[in-house]
Design a protein around this ligand. Structure first.
Ligand code: PTJ
Length: 246
């Protein structure tokens, strides 16, 4: 057991959830590497939701609010870390949930659907795999016709760069959560929340209920500028850590 007083308690708990996710067959083995990369970037942003992250969560909530057919895509890491928050977000926004895996396996999809159902999720898509994202090869293209294929707005946390580009080419609004502001997904999405998915998903839900004029938020939204703000913050923080050792 990790004591709550441990300075890195939150981060260690997330690490434990990912490790347990691998043991239970929910997280793909490469999800460990993805998580480690995320941890490093989380350290660089101070393991807190900074101003650029909350602004992006507000923009994401606004896009979901004006969407006709919003879909939340869930992979192994997201399920292991925030299954309960994903279900709450879907309930609040009336978005559909689709389990869509980079390393697709029916067995893992079934396990993730079961986990989401245990948290209260209903009508979770993913197993049918009855449509394909054009421009992608092999199983990575498979999606649900009723879900991602027909969506106008897709929230795809921790997404692969090729798939983000392919979704954009389909004309979709792509919202992502990625701790790395330099990743291809981060740079190609319409909204990139540079934050830990564990903090970003509850923020989107909070803003969804608060925002009254989503069109105005969207009109002002500039993803490139927001990513630049994230990078400026990281550079500044690194200089500070080096000088002051904090
Ligand atoms: O379950 P599957 O088969 O769909 O596979 C999921 C993973 C995550 C393994 C797969 O999509 C993958 O390999 O992703 P990448 O290409 O490693 O990208 C993951 C991105 O998410 C990286 O830029 C990480 O920095 C970032 N990331 C990792 N953990 C978090 C995160 N961003 C936000 N919150 C996190 N907890």
């Amino acid at each position: 057991m990790i004591p709550k007083s441990h300075p890195r308690y939150e981060s260690l708990m997330l690490r434990q959830k990912i490790a347990e996710g691998v043991e239970k067959g929910i997280v793909h083995i490469t999800g460990l590497i993805a998580h480690g990369r995320g941890e490093a970037f989380d350290y660089l942003i101070g393991e807190k939701s900074q101003h650029f992250a909350t602004e992006a969560a507000k923009a994401a909530a606004s896009y979901i609010k004006i969407a006709k057919h919003p879909v939340i895509s869930v992979n192994g890491n997201v399920a292991a870390l925030v299954a309960d928050e994903i279900v709450k977000l879907a309930e609040t926004t009336k978005a559909k949930i689709e389990v869509n895996l980079f390393h697709r396996s029916e067995e893992r999809i079934k396990k993730i659907i079961r986990l989401l159902e245990e948290k209260g999720g209903k009508n979770i898509l993913g197993l049918e795999g009855d449509a394909r994202i054009p421009g992608l090869e092999h199983d990575r293209a498979i999606c649900s016709y009723e879900g991602i294929y027909s969506a106008d707005v897709v929230l795809v946390p921790l997404e692969d760069g090729d798939r983000c580009e392919a979704l954009k080419k389909m004309g979709k609004i792509v919202l992502t959560v990625d701790l790395n502001p330099l990743s291809r997904t981060a740079r190609n999405a319409d909204v990139t929340i540079v934050d830990n998915v564990t903090r970003a998903i509850p923020h989107i839900r909070g803003f969804y209920t608060e925002i009254e004029k989503p069109e105005e938020v969207i009109k002002r939204w500039d993803n490139r500028k927001n990513l630049q703000d994230a990078l400026d913050f990281i550079c500044e923080r690194l200089r500070k850590i080096y000088k002051e050792g904090c």
